[in-house]
Structure formats: structure tokens, C-alpha cells
Design a protein around this ligand. Sequence first.
Ligand SMILES: CC(C)=CCC/C(C)=C/CC/C(C)=C/CC/C(C)=C/[C@@H]1[C@@H](COP(=O)(O)OP(=O)(O)O)[C@]1(C)CC/C=C(\C)CC/C=C(\C)CCC=C(C)C
Ligand SMILES: [Mn+2]
Length: 406
Amino acid sequence: MSSVLLRVCCGPTIEDTNTLLGGLASRSTASIERTQRRFKGISFAASAVVANPTSRTSEEKVYEVVLKQAALVKERSRDEDEKKKKKIALDLDNKPIEDAVVDDLSNGGLLNVAYDRCGEVCAEYAKTFYLGTQLMTQERRKAIWAIYVWCRRTDELVDGPNASYITPSALDRWEQRLTDVFQGRPFDMYDAALSDTVTKYPVDIQPFKDMIEGMRMDLRKSRYNNFDELYLYCYYVAGTVALMSVPVMGIAPESKVSTESVYNAALALGIANQLTNILRDVGEDARRGRVYLPQDELAQAGLSDDDIFRMKVTDKWRNFMKGQIKRARKFFDEAEEGVAALSSASRFPVWASLLLYRQILDAIEANDYNNFTKRAYVGKAKKVFSLPVAYGIAHIGPHKLTKLLL
Ligand SMILES: CC(C)=CCC/C(C)=C/CC/C(C)=C/CC/C(C)=C/[C@@H]1[C@@H](COP(=O)(O)OP(=O)(O)O)[C@]1(C)CC/C=C(\C)CC/C=C(\C)CCC=C(C)C
Ligand SMILES: [Mn+2]
């Protein structure tokens, strides 16, 4: 990663970083019931909700961000309709092109360079994903690259070569810089691309702030008492990516499902991906003294941190892993339901990423649950095969494709 990509500017004040908890509408009973249904078979999570009905679970808190983002999308699309009406009126006025428009055009040149740089970073760090974006419309592709680069840089702050120098106040400065980006004051070229993206698409700042919150969590916490705590972490570092991306990817105009349900499915994909990441990296994380697994579930399985640091695959471990993999797959299943609602050109990269990530779970099983010393990965052949499958599903749907192939 180049030093330019990683540079964190010195920003002025520390912002209020409390992200999820404040003043939003509370979640409907129906969605809570759905949450409980999802956790059927994972009794501790459901019983946590039942045991203490007054305290809200992480999932309920996160759902409020989903509602807020979905509302923003709806509001902006209403504004767009209004603008279109106004534009038609202006066109009828037949006014000459003004200086401001000429300025915009010359700025466009620089902006294109900024977006191209983002594209180069994607091509270097996430080749398959970069390939997947090629089928999106140019505008959307560029915006997704800009978001990708911001996410990558944010993650590199705590995981990259300079991670040992990163303090909470460096993250506060990164957050201040984020605010500047959203207010049209970009610091560098990558920021300029993002700044442009957030004016063009109804992207809320909250998921970006929440991702930074996830990085703060990584600085202060290395154990998770239960799935509720882990869920929140997964939302912060990965669910947020979904909430940032969907406003750009767009929902198909012909889609009949609600905006909220699409965002929920998107969120599920982020959570599924991060749970998979965690299960793949158990050994690697343990070597850094980190255990991203629910402590109560480890205990229920008769396991402790010591078993993880010992890195021995036992039957207890296999059973524990089976439960964790089952849960991750449930989130993938939930995500699948929403992909068809995305705009047609955006479905392919999402299916590609979903299929590739889900196969990591199969690879963990194929390694006989040894995620301590054996890295689960999807081989090149499987990767290459997944792409046309993703393309097929994206264009004719999973059910029709299965029928066609059988
Ligand atoms: C309706 C529906 C299903 C819509 C799809 C919604 C959508 C686009 C979801 C995206 C989900 C996604 C790709 C989440 C990212 C999950 C992830 C891998 C997060 C990683 C975090 C930290 O992990 P860790 O440090 O443990 O792991 P590493 O060893 O560092 O890998 C991240 C690394 C956070 C940073 C995330 C990125 C760099 C990815 C950003 C990606 C995008 C903006 C593009 C998303 C678009 C597509 C098409 C996948
Ligand atoms: Mn990382």
C-alpha cells in the first residue's frame, strides 16, 4: 500500500463519535420477530432477546441505521423527481450555458483522474472485485471504486504496516477528514473522488463513521462475550460496506420489495462476509492475541481461549465450528433474497462476491475445520468457474439457472 494511500491528515477537532445509539425510530415488532426467527436453532441469541426484553440487541440498533439509510434513498429519489421536473421547465426556458457549467466541465477532467486512481487501487488490491465492477455503468463503477478505496484505507489504518502507530486520536482525525469529504473539502485525490460520489448518490455519512467506530473497537477490544457483541463489530467493519454500496448500486425500478428489505439483505451479506473472514482467520487472529468468537458459545461447547491458542482440532472444536458455519450460511441465504432487487448491472459483482465468499466456508469444512494452521481459500479454477455462474444467476435468476443446468 503506498504511503499516499495511507496518509492520515492532521485534522482539527475531535468529533462526537457515538454512532448508533442516538434518537432514531425504534424497530417494528415484525422485524424483531424476524430476527428471532432467524436465530431459531441458535437458542442463546433468541433467549437473550426474550430474557431481557427492554434492552435492545445490536441487531435492533443496527436496523435503525438501515431504516435511516433507506429513508435517505427515498427522500433523495423524491428530490430527483422534483429536480427533473424543474430541469424540464428550465430547458423550456432555453437559457444559454452558464460559466458555472463550464467550470464543472473542466473540474471533471481532474475528477476523472481521481476516479482512475481509485480504479487502479481496486485493480491492485481486489482483482476479482475490480473485474466484477466492469459490468456496472461507468458512473456507478467509479463511485464504488471511490468507496472501496476509502474502506481499504480505513482498514489499513489498523491492519496495515503503520498500524502500531495508530491511536484513537488518529482515528478521530480520520473521522474529521471524513466530515470534510462529505462537506466538499477533500484532502487528496482519493478523497476528491469520494466527495464527488457522495454528492451524486444518496449515501449517508453514518455507515462511514460506523466503520471508523469498528476500527476503534479493534484498538480497545480483543474478546467478544456473545454474538450480540460480535454482530455489532461485524456491522461496523462490514455491514457498513453494504449500506454504503447499495445507494450507488441502485434498486431496480421494477423491484416490488421494500427499500428496507433490500438494505437488510445487503447488511446480511456484509455480516456473512465478515463472519466468514473471522472463521477463516481464527489461527491468524489468535497469533495476534485476538479471538473474534463469542465467548459464551465457546464455553457452551466446552472450549476456552486456551484451546484456541493450543490450535488443536478436536471434536469439540469441529462441533463448535459447524454451528458457526451454519450461522454464517444463514446470513448468506438472507442476503441472496435481496440481490434480485438490485439494478440489473449491479447484480453480477454482488453475486460474484457472494458465491466466492460463501465457498470459503466450504473450504474450511474441506480442511476438516483446521482454521488454525491451514488457510481456507477458493482455488483459481473454482474462482473462474464462479464468475459465469454469477453472471448467469444475475441475468436469469438462481432458479431458472439451476433448471437450465439440470
Ligand atoms: C442486496 C444485496 C445483497 C446487496 C449487496 C450489498 C453489498 C455490496 C455488500 C458488500 C458486502 C461486502 C463486500 C462487505 C465487506 C466485508 C469485508 C470483507 C470487510 C472487511 C473488513 C475488515 O476485515 P478484517 O480486517 O478482519 O479482514 P482483512 O484481513 O483485512 O481482509 C474489511 C477489510 C473492511 C474493508 C472493506 C473493503 C475494503 C471492501 C469494500 C468493498 C466495497 C466498497 C465494494 C462492495 C461491492 C461489492 C460488489 C462486493
Ligand atoms: Mn483488515
